[in-house]
Design a protein around this ligand. Structure first.
Ligand code: FES
Ligand code: FES
Length: 450
């Protein structure tokens, strides 16, 4: 962090100074002060509510507050609440099943605290619902959350019951810790000697990459390394069914979408890494993007770099005599059905932490949905035996199938391996949208007889 003005404030009832250069209060709380209950779902856009804290008793998203704005103010996070009050909130949310992944919940609890402080037992469901509109929850839905808020307002908080023997039902495992933001996600892990990674993504959905110049990024104070495809000792591509996804696009390669990775910067802190990633200069020759899968079937150019043609596979299934059945039909209906594209929109952006050990093995903390697949793919990119890699699942802040594919695991593992230091890389919301595979539309041309 560069030297900057010191910000003085009160944090959880104690005087406190922020000395680093942070883009907003949330970054200062998490990266410098170790206050991890406010979560980062979308900073700095202020859209999700996960980073909500109390500023002079008022609930506000901390990713939209510059350090100048909080000078002299009083900040309260869930860490600073009275232990009895913390228990009450945790019990209410856990007992009502008002959380699943829990990533959004600490922010919602803070908002609830502010509402209860203001309105006490007159807080009704309708008012709570209006205020909780500032919070996105992708897993739970809002009914149970409002049940929990209502219990807190009326003082009828139930004791959460853990599941007993088989056949009994209980509350969400670790629901209390999740409600208070105490259970760590990957981005909440800060091992000794941690370095931070940031990705340089493509400027064009489809372009030939002529040159990648990392010199300006490497020259920035605090940068430890800038990795490109030239640093990959093993396979360049990963993929669960087809290995068709390059972890880096090299010079001479071609991008296939805006989420393609051209370089990874590793630096002493997150902001330096991100600043340096923007300094990686890329000379590219833009090409016509291929964005329509139906048109791509007839397109003479390949949509995905190094794949031959635009048809991934063909499957044929035959049952009965369709021609005969249609001939005998009084009416035949032709229809095309198409489902919509879905961004999984888990509240927790992808994050990976890789920690190298002295014996040459690597421990990777992943929020992915398939640790064995992650392990195989990381090992193949590193050119290492799978036994040398351990992947530990850190419960993620939502996934919905979208974290089955790799995101930044291979690049982060490579950086930790080459530098011999723990490296963490957490995507911004924008990077997550660009990089992650979507639930793609399915087009079905159907015919039926009447
Ligand atoms: S509103 Fe601040 S992280 Fe989403
Ligand atoms: S529990 Fe709300 S986003 Fe997962």
């Amino acid at each position: 962090m560069s030297a900057t003005a010191v910000t003085s404030l009160e944090l959880n009832g104690r005087p406190c100074e922020i000395r680093g250069d942070h883009p907003h209060l949330l970054a200062a709380l998490r990266d410098e002060l170790g206050v991890l209950s406010p979560k980062d779902g979308c900073s700095p856009s202020g859209q999700c509510g996960c980073c909500t804290v109390l500023i002079d008793g008022k609930a506000q998203v901390s990713c939209q507050l510059s350090l100048e704005k909080v000078e002299g103010r009083s900040i309260t996070t869930l860490e600073g609440l009275d232990p009895d009050e913390r228990d009450r909130f945790a019990s209410a949310f856990a007992a009502r099943g008002a959380l699943q992944c829990g990533f959004c919940t600490p922010g919602i609890v803070v908002r609830t605290k502010a509402l209860l402080d203001k309105k006490g037992d007159s807080l009704d469901r309708k008012t709570a619902a209006r205020h909780l509109g500032a919070h996105l929850c992708r897993c739970t839905g809002y009914t149970k959350i409002l049940d929990a808020v209502e219990d807190l307002a009326t003082g009828r908080v139930e004791e959460p019951v853990s599941a007993g023997e088989i056949g009994t039902s209980g509350v969400r495992y670790q629901g209390a810790e999740l409600s208070l933001g105490d259970k760590p996600y990957v981005d909440d892990l800060y091992p000794q000697g941690l370095l931070h990674g940031a990705l340089r993504l493509a400027d064009h959905a489809r372009a030939e990459i002529v040159r990648i110049d990392t010199s300006a990024a490497k020259a920035l104070d605090g940068v430890e390394a800038v990795l490109t495809a030239a640093d990959v000792p093993g396979e360049l591509r990963v993929g669960l069914i087809h290995k068709d996804w390059p972890v880096f696009i090299p010079e001479g390669g071609r991008t296939s979408y805006l989420g393609d990775v051209l370089a990874m910067v590793v630096a002493v802190d997150r902001e330096t890494a991100r600043r340096a990633a923007r300094l990686v200069e890329v000379e590219a020759r833009p090409l016509r993007p291929i964005v329509d899968p139906v048109a791509a079937i007839e397109d003479g150019e390949d949509a995905v770099w190094t794949l031959d043609g635009n048809v991934l596979s063909r499957s044929t299934y035959t049952r009965g005599d369709i021609d005969d059945a249609l001939t005998r039909s009084a009416h035949v209906v032709h229809e095309v059905f198409q489902t919509q594209r879905v961004e999984h929109a888990y509240l927790e952006p992808e994050s990976t932490l890789a920690v190298p050990h002295e014996d040459g093995t690597l421990h990777v903390y992943s929020g992915g949905q398939g640790i064995w697949d992650d392990r195989d793919q990381i090992a193949s990119v590193l050119g290492e035996p799978t036994e040398s890699i351990t992947v530990e699942l850190v419960s993620n802040g939502g996934a919905f199938g979208g974290k089955e594919d790799m995101s930044n695991q291979a690049q982060t593992a490579l950086a930790a391996k080459l530098l011999g230091r723990p490296v963490k890389c957490t995507l911004s919301r924008e990077e997550s949208f660009l990089l992650s595979p979507k639930r793609h539309p399915i087009r079905n041309r159907g015919m039926g007889r009447l």
